[in-house]
Design a protein around this ligand. Structure first.
Ligand SMILES: [Zn+2]
Length: 489
């Protein structure tokens, strides 16, 4: 009961999670391709894997969390043809591709900070690991599973599939792939270089106008999209590590290719657990340019989008996402977001109330049942909606105790406080909304002015003068009026 069970996409079943190395957990999560501002499709992954990391840490594991930044090699259309996503954006904005990468890496990390996602321990960039990628490609070629044509290198899927499973992760059968491929794919430019249409690029020869290119044994070029994650996860977590995470949209071709590359190179599937979160929809529809429903995270926070009835706070967004199980689809709508906002408020009010609860000698309720249920739910493939249901029960107990309807002894009051701190704040990562600096400063100043007014009322003029003088020294000016004092800096 006390072990975490996770659904492993690779084996299609729940499996008991035990780390490979004692109490150390290696967690690799595919990060963003940084060529635009974060939208609602970007926010679920970091939150889901943040909660997994927090829960593993709660269980006493030391987690090495690696989340990459894709800043090269991811082409428009997600295949082997077309422009680099960053290169295209750089051309449109008339700036360097690395300026595109920096701008949107900062934006992505700021979004993560606002929704209280802990920063990963390592955030490697694809462009900073070209040497590792080239080395891995060479190893795959040495194994006879890749070939060079005109300065590009392709993975030989048919040779690989002779001895290894290809398509197991994504559930695609190679015969189907072979039958389906070739029709449209063959007509794409560059496809004729491949021995087989299912082969994918490990390295692409760069045309002179391609901005991002590097020297390689095969001439100037750039890496394919998939090789970066194989190379960087191996560098920081080893040939085999515990958990590889990402969105279900990455199952094919990205993760299938990662498994093939790593296996070709090391002989092993790199991850023991493949964990995938499901996609989001907006008012029941997929996010698509043609539907004009691509809501940016900033737009959600400001309420400035035609589909939004109001602004929603970062914590409402986080809570909303955790109210759904990570393997189910999640539909954004104003009604659902407003319900999440209300529910969150109810929980936060209860958490604020918990330290102030009246204490009785006897107890009519045991909070330890709720705590045990929370852990049981998280152990059950991270069932965060069920954890939240338990927290609502705790809120009900809290409110009943405050109204005097039930009695709680000091142990149970303590347990209730502990429950909110551990499960709501630490593991689900739901905190009070971040206050701006000005708001925080005003709070501190109001507190000091109230202390000064108290001192004056008690004729403790030495203290009231000291407070005023210290504040003046620090550059504050205090004005006393008939409605009390005010301050400015
Ligand atoms: Zn990846």
């Amino acid at each position: 009961m006390s072990s975490l069970q996770l659904y492993n996409t690779y084996t299609r079943q729940n499996e008991v999670f035990r780390p490979l190395h004692n109490n150390h957990v290696g967690l690799y999560v595919c990060g963003p391709t940084v060529y635009g501002p974060p939208h609602l499709g970007h926010v679920r992954g970091p939150i889901v894997f943040d909660v997994l990391r927090r829960f593993l840490e709660f269980k006493g594991y030391k987690v090495r969390h690696v989340r990459n930044i894709t800043d090269v090699g991811h082409l428009v259309g997600d295949g082997d043809e077309g422009e680099d996503k960053l290169g295209k954006q750089a051309r449109l904005e008339q700036i360097e591709p690395m300026e595109v990468a920096q701008t949107y890496t900062v934006a992505y990390n700021e979004m993560c900070r606002l929704v209280n996602v802990l920063p990963p321990g390592i955030e490697p960039r694809a462009s900073g690991h070209i040497i590792e990628q080239i080395e891995m490609i060479e190893a795959i070629m040495s194994a006879g599973l890749a070939y060079e044509v005109n300065g590009s290198v392709y993975f030989d899927v048919l040779s690989y599939a002779k001895t290894k499973d290809y398509g197991k992760l994504s559930g695609r059968i190679l015969e189907d792939l072979l039958a389906g491929a070739g029709n449209e794919a063959r007509e794409l430019e560059g496809q004729e270089e491949k021995h087989n249409p299912n082969d994918f690029a490990l390295w692409k020869k760069a045309s002179p106008e391609h901005i991002m290119q590097w020297h390689s044994p095969w001439g100037k070029g750039y890496p394919g999209w998939h090789i970066e994650c194989s190379a960087m996860s191996r560098k920081y977590l080893g040939d085999v590590f515990d958990i590889h995470g990402g969105g279900m949209d990455l199952l094919f071709p990205h993760h299938e290719s990662e498994i093939a590359q790593s296996t070709a190179c090391t002989g092993h599937n790199p991850a023991r657990f493949w964990v995938h979160h499901n996609m989001i929809t907006i008012n029941g529809q997929k996010m698509a340019k043609s539907l004009n429903n691509g809501i940016l995270v900033d737009e959600l926070f400001s309420g400035k989008h035609a589909l939004l009835a109001q602004a929603y706070s970062p914590m409402t967004l986080r809570f909303f996402i955790l109210q759904a199980h990570y393997r189910g689809t999640l539909d954004f709508s104003n009604e659902a977001l407003q319900a999440a906002e209300k529910g969150l408020q109810r929980l936060m009010n209860a958490a604020d109330l918990a330290p102030k609860l009246p204490i009785s000698d006897s107890s009519e309720y045991s909070v330890s049942d709720i705590e045990a249920a929370c852990e049981r739910c998280m152990n059950d493939d991270m069932n965060t909606p069920q954890v939240i249901a338990q927290l609502f029960e705790a809120a009900r107990v809290c409110n009943s105790a405050m109204d005097g309807k039930i009695k709680l002894n000091s142990d149970n009051v303590k347990a209730l406080n502990n429950l909110f701190n551990t499960w709501l704040h630490d593991i689900l990562g739901i905190q009070a909304e971040e206050k701006g600096n000005e708001e925080a400063l005003d709070g501190v100043m109001q507190m000091l002015l109230a202390m000064r007014a108290d001192a004056k009322a008690n004729k403790n003029y030495a203290l009231s003068d000291e407070i005023r003088n210290k504040l003046t020294d620090l550059g504050f000016s205090i004005k006393d009026g008939k409605d009390g004092s005010s301050w400015s800096l």
